[in-house]
Design a protein around this ligand. Sequence first.
Ligand code: DSN
Length: 416
Amino acid sequence: MGIIEKVDPQIAAAIDAEVARQAHTIELIASENHVSAPVLAALGTVLTDKYAEGSPGRRYYRGCDNIDTIERLCIDRAKALFGADHANVQPHSGTSANLAVYMAALKPGAKIMGMRLDHGGHLSHGMKINFSGMWYAVSHYGVDRQSERLEMDQVRQAVLAERPDMLIAGASAYPRTIDFAAFGRIAQEVGCLLLADVAHIAGLIVGGVHPHPMPYADFVTTTNHKTLRGPRGGIILCRKQFAKAVDQAVFPGMQGGPLPHVIAAKAIAFHEAMQPEFKWYAAAIVANAKALADALLAHGWRLVTGGTDNHMMLVDLRSRDPELTGDVASGWLAEAGIISNKNMIPFDPRTTKDTSGLRFGTPAVTTRGMRPDQMAQLAQWIDDILTSHGNQEMITKVAGAVEEFCREFPIPAQRG
Ligand code: DSN
């Protein structure tokens, strides 16, 4: 009997069920991954007991020597990994990191400009009902209707028209390379600050398979848990002149005590990302995404922009079934053990509740050791489910095959 089960069998049962769910299903949500055993171990330590408001060496509580050691290591590794002047590793999430950057650099009411949410941007880049859309004067740029890509001359025109105080480069659902150098030139021309939110692609950047924003951006924010394969949470990297303002914005500006157990796990993940194997992993994520995209295209599914350069792709479901929504399609796939999310596609006539798109990503399946051959198999199952219109017999057949297949690719932290 496990230690949690003894005192709280209901929570223990739900945790066990989640362990089994992850083991027996295929994770294609582009923003999820499976952490290593050491990262997972750090999250379950007594570090969680400690209050450590402040920064290393300047805390408001006694007894922080060990937390100082951990946070200093985490900061040094984040700076080295991203080649940054300064790092703050305390934000609890990517959205918190963005909030802190706005607070550090802008007054309420200042003008920010990010990518349209329905074209692949993020809610913390100015969605109307998010703090970013309530406290700042927001405008957006989007993708080109034909190419469905960010055409940088159009982005430039939009930025010149709006002249924001801060330009945000970064996306949650954009399958192509982001031209940070071009964003940097535009920001310089307008004289505005540039924030690169690399939450999705951070692992690809440090793995050397996506261009780096650091030479061009004043601030870089990222989550740690997507392609970077660390614990949930965020970090901020910035130029030296913004270091103090960023630290003050995180604490006391918008957070109280940091989460030392998570900071330890971040430090371990950054150490892992500095190893030569991580470069191989990042390249394998991209190779798998291309293989999955090519296989879906071969089955006749249209992909937004026609393919992918990174870890994700967006399937336009209307290309094979005008009636099929992302909501329904993701439900059928989930029943068969293939986990994805519904997603708007650019110029989508449907709402966020239904959507015309599905988003697939390969960070998690790559962590489990799957390679391009397996991507072809995944595409076959996806096609079988979607073209059979959620036929129950087909779902049951694929679910059995998926469960069997998953046994060949155990999640690293669950390996004995
Ligand atoms: N929720 C994340 C994603 O799935 O892309 C972004 O914050």
